[in-house]
Design a binder for this molecule. Structure first.
Ligand code: ARG
Length: 396
């Protein structure tokens, strides 16, 4: 596995005294195209949207001191957060190297989002040894024996730009490498399955109906071309070229190709046994590591991902639980958001990012920190947090 070293001090920093051109980007507003100074916009967003981490931490002096070519690169990285002031992060890397080249910028966002104290160095441990703790929710309450569990990791190939900066040929070339790997994975009896592509003309192409069915079944990712965050970042570019999904024979191991990261590798199961879920993911990930080009990994940042929220373990582990009482019949998530936050968990509706809870109080809970915590720490946080929220529900 490739290691990209942590940036050395001063790397990617400005050359003092370099001539700085006035920077202008074209921002399309309702019907007219206006030139706006992105720096002035960031200052405004910092006031109007204090939760936009890009705006919160953007250091004007650092930016002004960068060489013009670096300024242009950084403007592309933050374009989505400027065009979408309501961003919670507001930045996407375009290349694995960006994290090192713009470490003074990214590190401030990373410390804040991942809750790493400013005086603690950013570093990523890895630990997949699930035998250390039995995390079976069914042992707490039989009602938790059939919760939906899902865990995924983001991975990106070191030899390609990140999705925001890929061209169509690169997207299709990466997909074809991935399809070859899946053909070998499918020969492995523990996996089997098939690769389904939505690239027009792909030998693995599926029909629009089948795509819709897979989206409805929560297996395949949604049409990215409607996502205003991804559009500005270029991540949804060339849709649907280079996109597809591998699914195992038993449908519990999936890999997305060409979404926000080159690969989103995931295990989905019904039941309460987090150990089994994590073991399944790790087994599949290990096989794929042997079949695919090297992943971009860093001792400092862990798995490199487009969005700084996904660095580190690159992992999102979640459970769907019904908490009708503490959410007032699904109408009020705020009642548990604070408690969950204290447990290191984020709560959202079960319908995905930015959704509300259903009437049955079905919520999605997941540990928020992904960087600085190992895979096993994430598993235990999810288990402990779910146990505590369940106790609150029972007591309500
Ligand atoms: N760019 C969006 C924002 O800043 C998404 C952030 C996290 N979600 C994600 N899918 N990466 O709000």
């Amino acid at each position: 596995m490739q290691r990209c070293n942590a940036p050395s001090r001063g790397e990617g920093r400005a050359r003092p005294g370099a001539a700085v051109p006035r920077c202008r980007v074209m921002i399309r507003t309702k019907d007219k195209t206006m030139k706006q100074d992105p720096i002035a916009q960031i200052a405004q967003i910092r006031q109007s949207h204090p939760n936009n981490l890009m705006a919160r931490h953007f250091d004007m002096a650092y930016f002004r001191a960068l060489e013009p070519a670096l300024q242009q690169r950084l403007l592309k990285i933050i374009a989505s957060g400027i065009a979408n002031p309501d961003s919670s992060m507001g930045a996407y890397a375009m290349d694995a190297q960006d994290y090192a080249d713009f470490a003074p910028f990214f590190d401030a966002l990373i410390h804040d989002f991942h809750g790493i104290p400013d005086d603690t160095p950013i570093a990523q441990p890895h630990d997949w040894n699930t035998t250390q703790a039995a995390c079976d929710l069914g042992g707490i309450d039989p009602a938790l024996k059939d919760v939906s569990m899902r865990v995924r990791v983001a991975r990106n190939a070191a030899s390609f730009p990140l999705p925001g900066a890929m061209n169509r040929d690169q997207r299709v070339a990466f997909e074809s490498l991935a399809a070859d790997a899946f053909a070998k994975l499918a020969e492995n009896p523990a996996f089997g399955g098939e690769y389904l592509s939505i690239t027009p003309g792909s030998p693995h192409e599926i029909s629009a109906d089948e795509y819709d069915r897979r989206v409805a079944a929560h297996q395949m990712f949604k049409d990215m071309s409607n996502d205003r965050f991804l559009n500005v970042a270029g991540i949804s570019g060339d849709w649907p070229y280079g996109r597809g999904m591998y699914v195992s024979e038993d449908q519990d191991f999936l890999v997305w190709v060409g979404e926000e990261d080159h690969l989103r590798i995931m295990a989905m199961q019904k039941g309460g046994n987090l150990n089994a879920l994590f073991d399944r993911l790790h087994a599949g990930l290990t096989v794929l590591e042997g079949l695919l080009p090297e992943f971009a990994m860093s001792g400092k940042y862990g798995a490199i991902a487009s969005c700084p929220t996904n660095l580190g373990a690159g992992m999102r582990a979640s459970l769907h639980m019904k908490l009708p009482k503490v959410t007032q019949g699904g109408t009020d998530l705020s009642a548990i958001t604070d408690a969950a936050k204290g447990l290191g968990l984020a709560v959202r509706g079960a319908g995905g990012e930015h959704s509300d809870a259903g009437a049955d109080g079905l919520v999605d809970i997941s540990p928020s920190a992904r960087l600085g915590v190992s895979e096993m720490q994430i598993m235990r946080r999810l288990y402990d947090g779910a146990a505590k929220l369940w106790a609150m529900e029972k007591a309500a």
